[in-house]
Design a protein around this ligand. Structure first.
Ligand SMILES: *Cc1c(COP(=O)(O)O)cnc(C)c1O
Length: 397
């Protein structure tokens, strides 16, 4: 089964079979882990053809690996893209995408509601190499248009965004971008291709932190880029080869295991999160709540149109601000206090007293991190147990 045929098959079938037919030598039903650095050439001419990129084939695992190839083809097929490229982390996927498309003097227009690590890459690291970013409010289509200059070479967004789970009108943004010959890159980590497929809405490239829902088990760091054959070829033979953000074959294999249950997990994450959100919405100590599945969410209708379900992420504000937030996370028992999302287990964090503690109040505000903000990545436990844990912790606040 190839990616091309994969297009005709259902999502779950591709999750299980995409990019792999049982290995010809061994008949192995499961995808083998090719834990090797290099591959034997037939002869000197064969080697020369591979190096000259005249013939496709395996050379060295920093450039490509058969286990990665299955992971790449499978995610590409799930996203409805032509090709994929697996990387050592989500940040590596984002960095490599930008390095492939831009050079010094170019500009990015980016949503200001994005992952903290990406914000830092765009605001602090890339300017050192001559690439500047204008951060805008992604929910106002005019602000994308207004931010364009002759140097703009890329639009970047997340939907749902961080931390308020705003939903961006990807079709609307893509229309503006394409009228100006600008490619649109969407970080689809929170949704996964199960909940939304940005390429089908007009985006040009999708990136993921596979560390999150794709892997799902909280065991491996990795990323993936999906785009056109030409773009992925360029990324692989330039930045991927020269900078070296390749991942371990074992991690690709673990992500493939994750993909096999992606739709089941995303449905359950969404179901559980909906119930937790509805419970929080009624709680007297909850000041505000953001979950795209609630009718009160400002872009609930857009979320319904653009997504299959509403996902596992919830943010809310707790009465009593900073101290109350800290107290809540110190009193949860089942929920894990840590800086990750998309695990099978429920995760909780109070950014103001943890991940964003070192930022000035102004910087926190700019990033949308209020003192009372709590983020929950709702897991796959029985939802009654998740709610019971939050209930007992809320009582201690
Ligand atoms: C975690 C995350 C990243 C970064 O991915 P890593 O695998 O940690 O490098 C990028 N975008 C989003 C939305 C994330 O949640």
């Amino acid at each position: 089964m190839t990616t091309d045929q994969g297009e005709d098959l259902g999502f779950d079938t591709i999750s299980l079979h995409g990019g792999y037919t049982p290995d010809e030598t061994t008949g192995s039903r499961a995808v083998p882990i090719y834990q090797t650095t290099s591959y034997v050439f037939d002869d000197a001419d064969h080697a020369a053809r591979l190096f000259a990129l005249e013939e496709a084939g395996n050379i060295y695992t920093r450039i490509g690996n058969p286990t990665h190839a299955v992971f790449e083809k499978r995610v590409a097929a799930l996203e409805g893209g032509e090709a994929g490229l697996a990387t050592s982390s989500g940040m590596a996927a984002i960095h490599l995408t930008i390095m492939t498309l831009l050079e010094a003097g170019d500009e990015i227009v980016a949503s200001k509601y994005i992952y903290g690590g990406t914000y830092n890459l765009l605001s602090t690291t890339l300017p050192k190499y001559g690439i500047e970013t204008k951060f805008i409010d992604p929910d106002e289509l005019e602000s994308w248009e207004e931010a364009i200059s002759e140097d703009t070479k890329l639009f970047f967004l997340e939907s749902p965004g961080n931390p308020l789970l705003n939903i961006v009108d990807i079709e609307g943004v893509a229309e503006i971008a394409h009228a100006n010959d600008i490619p649109v890159v969407v970080d689809n980590t929170f949704n996964t291709p199960y909940l939304s497929q940005p390429l089908k809405l007009g985006a040009d490239i999708v990136v993921h932190s596979a560390t999150k829902y794709i892997g799902g088990h909280g065991s491996s760091i990795g990323g993936i880029i999906v785009g056109s054959e030409d773009f992925i070829f360029k990324a692989r033979t330039e930045g991927y080869r020269d900078i070296g953000p390749a991942l371990s074959p074992v991690n690709s294999w673990l992500f493939i295991q994750g993909l096999e249950t992606l739709s089941l997990r995303m449905e359950r994450h969404s179901e559980n999160a909906q119930q937790v959100a509805e419970w929080l919405e009624e709680h007297p100590k909850v000041e505000w709540i953001c979950y795209p599945g609630l009718e009160r969410h400002v872009q609930h209708e857009l979320a319904k149109k653009q997504q299959k379900n509403f996902g596992g992420m919830i943010t809310f504000g707790i009465q009593g601000g900073f101290e109350a937030g800290k107290k809540l996370i110190n009193n949860v028992e089942l929920c894990s206090l840590l800086a990750n999302v998309g695990d099978t287990r429920t995760l909780i964090i109070h950014p103001a007293s943890t991940t964003h503690e070192q930022l000035e109040a102004e910087e926190q505000e700019e990033a949308g991190i209020t003192e009372d903000l709590i983020r929950i990545s709702v897991g796959l436990e029985n939802v009654e147990d998740i709610i019971a844990d939050l209930k007992q912790a809320m009582e201690k606040v």
